[in-house]
Unconditional design. Structure first.
Lengths: 101, 199
């Protein structure tokens, strides 16, 4: 039994949790207390959200763990790629299509 | 990670490994499902049809409470898996029950929020914005509800059988699902609530 390794205090969870709370509060601060243009605000809070999602994936869900770790990462990257195509593609097609009518 | 001297219980058998891999692929499909709902919300969000817009009805304080409830539940769920890997049944049960209570608190807040919106005159039929909003949030809430039911059943199994290769693998998969719901919520919080209140 690798008791040393297994019984250690779950630092990565605690760090992940503190970071998640901090990033959430930071996003609220940027959204409500700063004078950036709404475009800049959107880019900043969007980046914070992505960072927080990565924390969940790596620190909480242990995505790289196990024999299939690399497969999981490739699968997630592919899904995120699909998601981005669906979201930005829909917005692009529907707004530009509307403008063309 | 290869540095682990002992393979965690949930990865011992070939079957468990395949189940976990399969669940990751399912989560990939869930990302695509939610992306279609996000896409329709973003396309429709400015079509309020004289009904209320996001900034008219969203209440930051309530949304923050929901966010912290879900974030904390994701953390306690991680601690539950940590206890499981230490073969600590009591720790696993304690943390997973706290996780479910936080999840139930989140659902309570969200249902109250929806009731509040309906009283403000924002129902599913009001406008493109409310239709997109309720569909996206409702799908997420339905996932949380399903997760609570699923984990409750797993707890019953765990109490009966203890931590075995099978129950460990099942709990690990349920924990992936629970963390995933938190990931979806982060994007809802940012791109639905914050964006809706600021823009």
């Amino acid at each position: 039994m690798s008791t040393q390794k297994q019984h250690r205090f779950p630092w990565n969870h605690v760090i992940g949790f503190i970071l998640s709370i901090a990033l959430t509060l930071l996003a609220v601060f940027v959204a409500f207390q700063t004078d950036f243009s709404s475009n800049v605000v959107l880019w900043i809070i969007g980046s914070l959200a992505i960072f927080q999602a990565l924390i969940q994936l790596f620190l909480f869900m242990h995505i790289t763990e196990g024999k299939e770790g690399p497969v999981n990462v490739i699968n997630m990257i592919y899904s995120v790629f699909l998601a981005l195509v669906i979201v930005f593609g829909s917005i692009w097609v529907l707004t530009s299509g509307h403008a063309a009518m | 990670m290869s540095s682990h001297v002992e393979t965690p219980l949930e990865y011992r058998s070939e079957q468990s490994q395949m189940n976990i891999l399969g669940f990751w692929i399912f989560l990939g499909a869930e990302i695509v499902l939610f992306s279609t709902l996000f896409a329709s919300y973003f396309v429709l969000e400015h079509n309020t049809a004289d009904g209320p817009a996001g900034q008219d009805i969203f209440i930051l304080k309530d949304v923050l409470i929901e966010t912290f409830l879900l974030l904390t539940s994701s953390f306690t769920c991680g601690l539950a898996i940590h206890s499981m890997r230490n073969h600590n049944l009591k720790g696993l049960l304690t943390w997973i029950v706290i996780t479910l209570l936080l999840g139930a608190g989140f659902l309570y807040m969200e249902i109250n929020e929806f009731i509040h919106y309906v009283h403000e005159g924002a129902t599913l039929q009001t406008s493109g914005f409310t239709a997109g909003f309720f569909t996206l949030l409702g799908t997420h809430g339905a996932h949380v509800t399903l997760g609570i039911g699923w984990i409750t059943l797993l707890i019953i199994q765990l109490v009966k059988r203890g931590i075995t290769e099978k129950t460990a693998s099942k709990f690990f998969i349920a924990s992936l699902y629970w963390h995933f719901l938190d990931v979806v919520w982060i994007f809802i919080f940012t791109f639905v609530y914050l964006k809706g209140m600021v823009m």
